[in-house]
Design a protein around this ligand. Sequence first.
Ligand code: IDP
Ligand code: MG
Length: 137
Amino acid sequence: MATTFVMVKPDGVRRGLVGEVVRRMELKGLQLKAMKLLQVSPELAAKHYEEHKDKPFYPDLISFITSGPSVPMVWEGREAVSVARTIMGATDPVKAAPGTLRGDFGLAITENIVHGSDSDASAEREIALYFSRQEIV
Ligand code: IDP
Ligand code: MG
């Protein structure tokens, strides 16, 4: 069974959208395997977003993702990586379809509520960054 990494970003936590994110994943049929509330450190943020380190938006992304608590989660289910990204919607909330999290609740591109792994390899890497084996049921 596939697993993916999803994280409610600090804007989503501040706006009270944790329950909405969890609700939509659960109703789709994905199974929750791990979840916690944590403050992402600058070191963890740098590892998480390593692939974007040369992008112009990188400094804003790091300061945003470390700006308050986030809720990292592990979800399991058939094609979990792509299913979670479909629930999230396009990176830019302006382009995200209605019915998706970013389409329904977002407008800013950096503060776009939720992160989701983009491949099975990313999911494995990101799950290992945020969770120990014992934290995953
Ligand atoms: P994703 O979150 O949909 O996978 P990525 O391209 O991996 O999108 O970008 C990571 C995060 O960086 C995005 O979720 C968003 O918060 C931020 N970001 C991406 N592109 C831009 C941009 O062009 N301007 C500002 N922030 C961006
Ligand atoms: Mg990405």
